[in-house]
Write a protein that binds this ligand. Structure first.
Ligand code: GLN
Length: 453
């Protein structure tokens, strides 16, 4: 049924870059056979899932929405994909995204943008815009995204879906095409918080193939979502970040919907208090030094030799010329901007001033979170300052695009879990509330989110 719906409706939305109909039918048949044989099946067996095209899928095209990876067939599955298969989920295909997960609108895909199902003239958020739109349009009940600076939560907010970024290291990066390795985190999209927790539980947990994977049990996220759904937050303290209240540029309609969300938390019995996180205002500039630096290093592997595209290899040109021509043709403008920014920030003579300084700021932001979580169980904020914007309205000025992640980036720099849950409409378009929790307390985050939704 989902494959039929995709065939009928994805022409308008363009959530998918690749549909794996044969793989999906085979996976569904295998679950049917296991069920007929009386095997015990997990809660998501037979449930379709769409996967962001940044996750390696064995024998299935994986491009990260870049021309430089066109035609590449990974010889292995990402750990997240391996776990989806082991749980009996049915992978429908690969979803569209900003090239190499750099962007907030999916307009930077080399294969054309995804449209927001709420209004086809507007962006679905990004970089995981295809995964968010697939769930919002009912083309998949669940999907996988990745979040480096907000790329699950911001598209979740602007498509009216639930988007969750687990604790960094709580979900494996093995087989995730790297953008910024100290920040990249795979996570779930769903229509509601319990579904997101069920998917979270399937993909999370220690993986020895990822050196930053946390060797601890997965927090009890499903149990917490069920507990939260009973609607009682009494005894919980929830913090509102003072510095976010004073940021300019958030749309009044977004603030109003978010405020109604805060009021709802009080009605559920939570004690809502203001906390100060004085360094949060430096998160965005620190992120735009750290993530391009790591990107410039990670993307050095696309040299025209190892994967996908190769340009100018005519037997006459030098290796260096072939590499340069391949990278010139294979990378889009935003990716080139990040590589140049990162190379500059890491260059000798500047590394202490830029990259080193940003790392110090990151430490100060971590201390803000640690101090805040001594006072409260969770923090809330709007997910993103504005509702889904029209195509082209923020591509002219990179900083206008970067502002989409004003509220989401601090928790990436810190590493704790954060989720976006729908909290109302502004101008008829969805608004999300973000719930942030201490590292490895993903359960606390799901409890608050489930109570609220
Ligand atoms: N929008 C941010 C960026 O462009 C975050 C992207 C992400 O989380 N992958 O870098």
């Amino acid at each position: 049924r989902y494959l039929d719906k995709i065939a009928a409706e994805d022409g308008d939305v363009h959530a998918f870059l690749h549909i794996d109909a044969d793989g999906a039918r085979a996976a569904a048949a295998a679950v049917d056979a296991a069920r007929a044989a009386g095997e015990e099946l997990g809660p998501l067996a037979g449930v379709p899932v769409a996967v962001k095209d940044v996750m390696a899928t064995k024998g299935v095209p994986t491009t990260a929405a870049s021309k430089i990876l066109e035609g590449w067939l990974p010889p292995y599955d990402a750990t997240v994909v391996e776990r989806l298969k082991a749980a009996g989920t049915v992978i429908l295909g690969k979803t569209n995204m900003d090239e190499f997960a750099m962007g907030s609108s999916t307009e930077y895909s080399a294969y054309g943008p995804t449209r927001n199902p709420w209004d086809l003239d507007r962006i679905p958020g990004g970089s995981s815009g295809g995964s968010a739109a697939a769930v919002a349009a009912g083309l998949a009940p669940l999907s996988i995204g990745t979040d480096t600076g907000g790329s699950i939560r911001q598209p979740g907010a602007v498509t009216g879906t639930v988007g969750s970024k687990p604790t960094y290291g709580g979900t494996s990066r093995y087989g995730l095409i790297a953008f910024s390795s100290s920040l990249d985190t795979p996570g779930p999209f769903a229509r509601n918080v319990l579904d997101a927790a069920l998917l979270h539980e399937v993909i999370a947990g220690h993986d020895r193939r990822d050196s930053t994977s946390i060797p601890q049990p997965v927090p009890p996220v499903v149990e917490a979502a069920r507990e939260g759904a009973r609607g009682d937050l009494s005894g919980m303290r929830i913090g509102v970040v003072r510095e976010f209240g004073t940021t300019e540029g958030a749309e009044p309609g977004v603030i109003a919907a978010y405020q109604s969300g805060v009021d709802a938390l009080v009605k559920l019995g939570a004690e809502v208090v203001e906390v100060s996180c004085p360094h949060f205002s430096y998160a965005l500039p620190a992120y735009y030094l750290i993530s391009p630096s790591e990107c410039s290093s990670n993307l050095a592997r696309f040299d025209g030799v190892r994967y996908g595209l190769r340009v100018g290899d005519d037997g006459q040109r030098s290796l260096e010329e072939v590499m340069a021509l391949t990278r010139e043709a294979g990378f889009g403008a935003e990716v080139k901007r990040r590589i140049i920014l990162g190379t500059y920030a890491l260059s000798s003579g500047y590394v202490d001033e830029y990259y080193g300084q940003a790392q110090k700021v990151r430490t100060l932001i971590n201390r803000d979170f640690t101090a805040a979580f001594e006072q409260v169980d969770a923090l809330v904020s709007p997910t993103t300052p504005f509702v889904a914007f029209p195509f082209g309205s923020r591509t002219g000025d990179p900083v206008q695009m970067y502002l989409a992640d004003l509220y989401t980036i601090p928790s990436n720099l810190y590493g704790g879990p954060a989720i976006s849950v729908p909290c109302g409409l502004s101008e008829g378009l969805p608004v999300g509330m973000q719930v942030m929790a201490p590292t490895m307390r993903d359960d606390v985050m799901y409890k608050v989110a489930a109570a609220f939704e």
